[in-house]
Ligand binder design. Structure first.
Ligand SMILES: *Cc1c(COP(=O)(O)O)cnc(C)c1O
Length: 408
């Protein structure tokens, strides 16, 4: 174990003393971020292929976000959720214009955006489906950590927690239309899914499956909800992941990349589902000026710089490099879309490899014991990708994960 400076040691001691233990965090304290890099209190730099958990779409502390926050905070930080404000109107116009939806509700986190979608689905059930309230969601899905979104989540580890759960969620495996169809009943008001399961290990839904879900929803007047909290705003190489499939949902939720680090989320829907009445949904910080200015600046920049296209291009290059790596190392199942990528390693080794990479100054994520996920900022370059592969190769070598050479 390397020895840390006194400052870092005392910060870590304070952290352990005063913070609730809700995450296993390594013994570093991050102090600064710029572009593709983070720095800790020891002055060590990290090439960031976790991207703040698929959040820092423009990289760390982008100038455009600093300027938007500085300007808006000099004008108006918070008026009241009971008033319109200018950034709210401007950002709502921009987001509806680029997304193909008519209406938007803003919140601060992905879980809240999904709560809004769940409420809107129940409202639809109440108004149009004789009180139907059940929502079909997917095994291994992730929708957030509030009680309702944990109940919607199909992650097995969540199942025993915080019982009783919010009732009204049925879980079915992805890409199995028959299973979903069998789960539809008179009580069903919505189907909710991610198009690429991010936390679940980067698994994409198939186009024919999604088309079949759309058709079933149309026939039974069931609301189709896409949770694009992780996949939205360029991450998968299109502005929205639904564009890969040619299947449009009735409701789409966005968060993570929308603020490049500023806490912000949105639920979008069509005029047909403009069903909320005053009092149904809201929040003290809903559409507050500072966040709206941040979101407007970030999304405008994603569009102007063509960062969805960059995600498609760099993602394809990274997949190629990883596939080449799989010839010599125990890397398999290279997959994903755009800059939401993953590959498998031998069972149990993924967290070890991620930790070893961190020591070497590279941040990558292990969503489970045999998967590595990459979700770098959308500004990632070919040089960054080359550097990532170089560090990863060294770590795989040092950890003895080379394929056994076969000589004949
Ligand atoms: C991260 C995530 C959420 C939850 O977002 P929070 O901002 O953490 O509440 C919901 N759905 C998906 C698909 C996510 O990746």
């Amino acid at each position: 174990m390397q020895s840390l400076s006194q400052t870092t040691d005392s910060l870590l001691a304070s952290a352990k003393q005063s913070l609730l233990y809700t995450a296993n965090r390594p013994d570093v304290v991050m102090t600064r971020g710029e572009g593709m890099h983070l720095w800790d209190t020891e002055g060590k730099s990290y090439l960031d292929f976790i991207g703040g958990w698929a959040v820092t779409s423009l990289g760390h502390s982008p100038a455009i976000l600093q300027e938007a926050l500085a300007y808006q905070s000099s004008q108006l930080v918070h008026a009241s959720p009971g008033f319109y404000n200018k950034p709210m109107i401007e950002f709502a116009s921009l987001l509806t214009e680029i997304s193909g939806f008519d209406k938007v509700f803003f919140a601060s986190s992905g879980a809240e955006a999904n709560e809004s979608a769940i409420k809107l689905a129940r409202k639809h059930g109440e108004l149009h489906l004789n009180g139907a309230y059940e929502i079909i969601t997917m095994t291994n899905s992730f929708h957030g950590r509030t009680l309702a979104t944990m109940s919607a989540t199909g992650k097995p580890a969540f199942q025993p927690l915080f019982e009783p759960k919010v009732p009204g969620f049925k879980h079915v495996p992805i890409n199995d239309f028959d299973a979903c169809f069998a789960a539809i009943s008179d009580h069903t008001c919505a189907i909710m899914l991610e198009l690429v399961q991010g936390e679940g290990g980067v698994h994409s839904v198939d186009a024919p499956y999604l088309q079949a879900l759309r058709k079933a929803c149309d026939v039974y007047n069931i609301m189709l909800i896409f949770d694009e909290v992780q996949t939205g705003l360029g991450r998968t190489g299109k502005l929205f992941a639904y564009e890969h499939y040619g299947v449009k949902p009735d409701v789409m939720t966005l968060a993570k990349g929308i603020g490049s680090g500023f806490p912000l989320s949105a639920m979008l829907t069509t005029a047909q589902y403009d069903l909320f009445e005053p009092g149904d949904q809201g929040g003290t910080y809903s559409a507050a000026p500072l966040g709206m200015a941040a979101g407007h600046a970030v999304v405008s920049e994603i569009l102007e710089r063509g960062l969805a296209e960059n995600a498609a291009k760099q993602g394809a290059l990274i997949q190629e490099k990883l596939t080449m790596l799989s010839e010599n190392y125990a890397v398999s199942q290279v997959r994903g879309k755009g800059l939401l990528l993953a590959f498998d390693l031998p069972e149990g080794t993924a967290p070890v490899i991620a930790a070893a990479c961190m020591k070497e100054g590279l941040l990558i994520n292990a969503p489970n014991a045999n998967t590595i996920r990459l979700m770098p900022p959308l500004i990632v370059t070919g040089e960054d990708a080359e550097k990532m592969i170089q560090i990863l190769t060294g770590v795989l070598e040092a950890c003895g994960l080379q394929n056994e050479a076969v000589y004949s």
